[in-house]
Design a protein around this ligand. Structure first.
Ligand SMILES: [Zn+2]
Ligand SMILES: [Zn+2]
Length: 269
């Protein structure tokens, strides 16, 4: 459990190199051969920075797929957020206008890290569609740090399992990987975070071109909880747009017996 605590300044702190080496050792012990080879490849042939395209000059930079300057341009802001959906509040007090109008959500809290615009969008695309898989480590650190903040405020125990939003049916077979699953593996292997893969997505139409109500209809009953539902859990995803996917995941877990579900997404649109 020693590696679970993650500090946002870890990467560029004075002792970053030592910490990084320790993490590499941990990963090398726990990862299987194909993963070891993959890691080795990243270090022998480092990619360019996913945000600015500059050459990655150090082991630390190659480890997270971003140059130092770009990595620092992703601070976690401590601005006031909506108590329901996690979006920044403009002039409202606790709950945003959108959440006041709409019916309540099945999740108990939502943490959203970055707006899905400009550089953020570019970095996620580089991760999802390019070959910048080392970004999974950068995202894992950020997502952990954000949830540690919630933990400090709301006493969320370390044992609370993390549940990845499941990929569409057959994606792992056809694409060979899934961007959320890779973050799940990183959380498990590097930080020893308890990950539970109890949500399954049944075949449905792709969500991309659908509106909010269509997304809900399309997904309703298509994400199921297989196996025992934990009493409390953190459900995580890469992008939060209409919130339908998170809502359906939380509903599936609650109807299977979960009492409290916290959501966290890297980007919000
Ligand atoms: Zn850069
Ligand atoms: Zn809201």
């Amino acid at each position: 459990m020693g590696d679970y605590i993650c500090n946002e300044n870890t990467i560029f702190a004075k002792k970053a190199k030592q910490i990084r080496k320790r993490r590499i050792n941990i990963s090398m012990e726990t990862l299987n051969l194909s993963k070891k080879l993959c890691l080795l490849g990243e270090f022998l042939f480092p990619l360019n920075c996913a945000a600015c395209g500059g050459t990655l000059l150090s082991e630390e930079e190659a480890w997270i797929g971003l140059c130092g300057e770009c990595a620092e341009s992703f601070p976690l802001k401590s601005e006031k957020r909506c108590a329901v959906c996690g979006r920044p509040l403009i002039s409202e007090l606790e709950v945003c206008m959108n959440c006041r109008k709409n019916a309540e959500n099945a999740y108990d809290s939502m943490t959203l890290l970055y707006p899905y615009t400009g550089r953020e969008q570019q970095v996620l695309k580089a991760y999802k569609f390019g070959k910048h898989r080392s970004l999974a480590r950068f995202f894992s650190e950020k997502i952990l740090y954000a949830m540690n903040g919630l933990r400090a405020g709301k006493a969320l125990p370390l044992e609370v399992p993390w549940i990845p939003v499941p990929p569409r049916a057959g994606k792992l077979k056809t694409a060979g990987w899934d961007q959320v699953e890779l973050i799940a593996q990183t959380l498990e292997n590097l930080y020893h975070v308890p990950v539970l893969r109890c949500l399954k997505r049944l075949a449905s139409k792709t969500q991309k071109k659908l509106g909010k109500s269509e997304r809900m209809t399309n997904l309703k009953g298509r994400i199921i909880c297989s196996g025992e539902a934990p009493e409390e859990a953190i459900v995580f995803d890469d992008v939060f747009t209409t919130g339908s996917t998170m809502k359906v995941c939380a509903e599936a877990l609650k109807s299977a017996g979960s009492k409290r579900i916290h959501g966290v997404c890297l980007f919000y649109g």
